[in-house]
Ligand binder design. Structure first.
Ligand SMILES: [Zn+2]
Length: 118
């Protein structure tokens, strides 16, 4: 069906196990995996206040848009690793109403930003 030459290569930073497993998933499984990953990511970011950088974060740019804030930030691991700092990454930050009342800030990870895209 697809020739190996057309197969995308995983970006740096993808764990070996996942780089092996992901190409074997069906499109449906991949879609569900993305949703799950987004939820996990959101869970990690949930404690962070919307635009204030955390102790290991560096906000490069925050731009108010219609209905959301476009944030570019770079993160550093608490322990530090060979690839630190990570990013810059682009997020759309949105405040959403909770069904039970109040609001919740939702970070949507959109991907890495390269300087030549600025
Ligand atoms: Zn790191």
């Amino acid at each position: 069906m697809t020739s190996p030459a057309n197969e995308p290569t995983p970006p740096e930073g993808v764990p070996d196990q996942l780089a092996t497993d992901l190409p074997q998933l069906t499109p449906d499984e991949l879609r569900n995996t993305i949703i799950y990953a987004q939820e996990l990511l959101q869970f990690h970011d949930e404690t962070a206040s919307p635009i204030e950088p955390g102790p290991n974060e560096d906000i490069i740019r925050a731009t108010e848009r219609d209905g959301y804030t476009e944030v570019v930030k770079r993160t550093t691991c608490i322990e530090g690793c060979d690839d630190c700092p990570h990013g810059p990454y682009l997020y759309h930050v949105k405040e959403e109403s909770r069904p039970e009342g109040g609001t919740k800030v939702r970070w949507m990870f959109l991907g890495e930003v390269y300087p030549d895209e600025e």
